[in-house]
Ligand binder design. Structure first.
Ligand SMILES: [Zn+2]
Ligand SMILES: [Zn+2]
Length: 390
């Protein structure tokens, strides 16, 4: 079996195996010998978040998925601190990630396919020269046209050394402990950030809920969201990759979403893409119907549960049709408003009123779908109860 494995990649092995071993030995040793200050710990945490959020907010949501547009100043910031995360250039990272989405769980094409196991998707994929890992930038021509992306790609090694050695070194001089700062803010922070980010490819494809789709292995997991700067709502993300949010509810821990929001208030980000709530609700209901049908198939049912399910499904189809016709109405009104000879002010007022009326209808529809979701949850619980042996 081992004979068929591709050769190891020596640079990646030293980064992803060598550095954690060095951190495990050197950080506690220096801690015992010399100790670390509170300031050093806080700086390590600050660097961790600066690196982590440049990957999630920059590499991932901005460059890989175009979930929003960013001011050049913000792009430079992400390019610099993202290089400090030592996860390859934006171009390589985003091209790999787009392949991951396009071919998710396909063991031949998804570079970190969860189908090849937890270890492989976490970091095994980087340690050897796997064919699924060969660079192919045909899916990233837009990024090749971005001068900031290309500058970072060309000067990647210099930038990553600057951010991982230069910046902690200067900080160490300022704090009066160069070795300790290099170990904590340089080394330990780097290793911790690596694994926190890798959790998104590994654990977030194995452990958690799948409320939006069961078509792929991606999962929603609150604990992982906490560790991964908000990227733990991975089931949502795989279905709605262009949404700038991963955690869509206000209570979902998604600091990357909050950062992008803040940047948009400051004029640094624009055109934040949000998936319409109706589509999200529809995905949840679709998944619930599928779950209910699967559960029912293995239950002795006298037909009453199936009947209830079919009635719900009928209602659901009606909601979808209503939504489609409301959307059509919206488009139609826009068209007629354009050709109307009404005065500018009058037109604006009429438009406002119509929009409000449409919004109310859509909200009512969304509410009825929410109620339907609750009923379906009860129905699924009933089916499960029935399928248990007495
Ligand atoms: Zn994924
Ligand atoms: Zn993604």
């Amino acid at each position: 079996m081992s004979k068929s494995l591709p050769p190891l990649n020596p640079i990646n092995v030293s980064i992803f195996v060598g550095l954690p071993i060095a951190a495990l030995i050197l950080v506690p040793a220096w801690g015992i010998y010399h100790g670390f200050s509170v300031a050093q710990w806080l700086w390590a945490l600050a660097f961790l978040y600066l690196n982590g959020m440049s990957i999630t907010g920059g590499y991932h949501r901005l460059w890989s998925h175009k979930a929003y547009e960013a001011h050049p100043a913000l792009k430079w910031f992400f390019a610099l601190w993202g290089a400090g995360a030592l996860q390859n250039s934006i171009l390589i990272w985003s091209s790999d990630h787009r392949r991951h989405h396009r071919h998710v769980d396909d063991n031949d094409k998804d570079p970190y396919s969860a189908g090849r196991g937890l270890w492989f998707s976490h970091m095994g994929w980087m340690l050897r020269e796997y064919r699924s890992n060969e660079p192919d930038f045909r899916n990233a021509t837009d990024l090749q046209a971005d001068p900031i992306v290309m500058f970072q790609h060309r000067h990647y090694i210099a930038l990553t050394v600057l951010m991982n050695v230069g910046a902690p070194l200067l900080l160490g001089l300022a704090l009066g402990d160069v070795i300790g700062t290099l170990l904590l803010v340089g080394l330990l922070r780097l290793v911790v950030n690596h694994h926190f980010t890798f959790f998104i490819n590994s654990l977030a494809h194995f452990w958690g809920r799948r409320p939006y789709t069961e078509e792929n292995s991606a999962r929603d997991n609150d604990l992982l969201a906490f560790l991964t700067y908000g990227e733990g709502y991975h089931n949502f993300h795989h279905l709605f990759a262009r949404d700038y949010r991963n955690g869509i509810r206000w209570w979902h821990w998604d600091p990357t979403k909050w950062m992008i929001n803040l940047c948009s208030r400051l004029g640094l980000a624009s055109n934040l893409h949000r998936e319409p709530n109706f589509r999200i609700q529809r995905a949840i209901l679709d998944t619930q119907f599928r779950k209910a049908r699967t559960a029912l198939a293995s239950t002795r049912d006298d037909g009453s549960l199936l009947g209830a399910l079919e009635r719900e499904y009928q209602l659901y189809k009606e909601s979808i049709n209503t939504w489609a016709s409301l959307q059509a109405e919206r488009v139609e009104r826009k068209k007629s408003a354009l050709g109307d000879a009404l005065g500018e002010k009058k037109l604006q007022l009429a438009d406002k009123w119509e929009k409000a009326a449409l919004r109310t209808k859509l909200q009512a529809l969304e509410y009825s779908m929410l109620m339907q979701r609750k009923r379906l949850e009860l129905l699924i619980a009933q089916v499960r109860l029935q399928s248990q042996p007495a």
